[in-house]
Design a protein around this ligand. Structure first.
Ligand SMILES: Cc1cc2nc3c(=O)[nH]c(=O)nc-3n(C[C@H](O)[C@H](O)[C@H](O)COP(=O)(O)OP(=O)(O)OC[C@H]3O[C@@H](n4cnc5c(N)ncnc54)[C@H](O)[C@@H]3O)c2cc1C
Length: 382
């Protein structure tokens, strides 16, 4: 059964996108994992074929596509491999800030290039000393005439190496009380004096995904690069983080579905004690349990996606989907590896990579503990 929000045109789009990925991504993915990065040339091809930010308004080169197209893109990218997440971050997490809060000049300057792939974006919130506690960041942007002078450091930034445009969360008023009212969003471009990149970080998983440190030392950023109003950055983040968490839930659900299919195929062909291991009842029950959890995740997720498309307030439900589905996908990964036996621990089996890739979904876009704090807050318990 397919979700109600997917219509004929979305199915056709999925078919075309999958064909594109079969030609341009699947054959090269292992190589990208070894190289530790997805080449820019692939981003450009994505742009040329209309697969980057198709939701952007036609005025700025997009297709005005609804969020169901984004769901299709994120699902199909995840099927190739979790390291494709940086593309989803550009499409549905970073660029929406420019579209929602940018001035007309900012939108004209950046959006068409975000759609074509000439500009790759990142969003930099996390610092070495502050992740979950976003209001505790220490990067400052102090106004000096027509510029902001930015000082600080960001870490774990997805697309950090490739990014031409980084939306940097910083404090324009470090003395604000409460602290979150001093936070603003600044767009910092590649060649800004004082902006440098650190190492490409080596991670447990997501090997082809580019994750880096960013440094700002008296970086001179034109004042016209402020996104929206000064002091409103925290509110903009609270608004846009919902879609970010939804994208993570979509990827984790898809990963669980992929891992289940891999495992089902494996247990049907592997034999032990003179029979296929899928014939042992204990194996059947484990697959039955996984199938049940995956079906529950899918039903809940599709409902949240539908509510999001309708523009409803999904804060609580998105937080529920994000923590539960990512934890479910972690359980599926562990069971799937176990059911592959020793082969599941070998790099040539896809389940090994999937097992490494999935845990971060419970950490980024707000940890699962933070998701439960949001849910609890909205339960009106005190
Ligand atoms: C691969 C990867 C890509 C990333 N990409 C980006 C990106 O593009 N942009 C970006 O800005 N960031 C990015 N991040 C950072 C990510 O969002 C943070 O790592 C995450 O928000 C957690 O912050 P932290 O690492 O500082 O952990 P901490 O905040 O230090 O948390 C450590 C532990 O304490 C728990 N904890 C913290 N506060 C509480 C509390 N109040 N109650 C209970 N438990 C609590 C946390 O849940 C966690 O388990 C990325 C991270 C990774 C690993």
């Amino acid at each position: 059964m397919t979700a109600a929000y997917l219509r004929e045109e979305h199915h056709m789009f999925r078919y075309a996108f999958r064909k594109f990925l079969e030609k341009e991504a699947y054959p090269y993915f292992s190589q990208w994992e070894k190289q530790g990065i997805i080449p820019r040339a692939f981003w450009t091809k994505m742009g040329e074929n209309g697969f980057l930010c198709p939701w952007v308004d036609e005025t700025y080169g997009g297709l005005n596509a609804d969020f169901a197209y984004s769901v299709v893109i994120n699902e199909e990218l995840e099927k190739v491999g979790s390291s494709m997440v940086g593309i989803g971050l550009h499409n549905d997490i970073a660029v929406p800030y420019i579209a929602a809060y940018g001035t007309e000049e900012q939108k004209q300057k950046w959006l068409p290039k975000c759609v074509s792939g000439e500009i790759i974006t990142a969003i930099a919130m996390t610092e070495p000393g502050a992740g979950s506690d976003l209001a505790g960041i220490s990067t400052t942007a102090i106004r000096d005439g027509n510029f902001y002078i930015v000082n600080g450091q960001k870490t774990f930034i997805t697309n950090g190496i490739h990014a031409d445009v980084v939306i940097v969360v910083c404090k324009t008023n470090p003395n604000a009380k409460p602290a979150h009212q001093g936070i603003s969003l600044l767009v910092i471009e590649r060649d800004t004096p004082g902006f440098t990149r650190g190492r490409k970080l080596e991670k447990v998983g997501l090997h082809a995904q580019d994750t880096a440190e960013l440094f700002f030392t008296d970086a001179k950023v034109p004042a016209e690069n402020l996104l929206g109003e000064e002091g409103k950055g925290f509110y903009y983040l609270m608004e846009k983080l919902q879609q970010e968490r939804l994208v993570v839930a979509i990827a984790a659900q898809t990963a669980a579905e992929v891992m289940f299919d891999l495992t089902k195929r494996y247990v049907k062909q592997r034999t032990a004690f003179g029979q296929r291991i899928s014939e042992f009842q204990t194996v059947q029950f484990r697959l039955a349990e996984m199938a049940t959890e995956i079906a529950l995740g899918r039903t809940f997720l599709d409902d949240v996606i539908e509510q999001h498309i309708l523009g409803r307030d999904v804060v609580t439900k998105v937080s529920m989907a994000k923590w539960w589905i990512t934890e479910m996908a972690k359980r599926v990964a562990a069971e799937s590896m176990q059911l592959h036996g020793g082969y599941g621990y070998m790099e040539e089996y896809e389940i090994a990579r999937r097992y490494r890739d999935i845990p971060v979904s419970a950490i980024y876009a707000g940890t699962n503990e933070i998701m439960k704090m949001i849910i609890a807050k909205n339960l009106d318990l005190v």
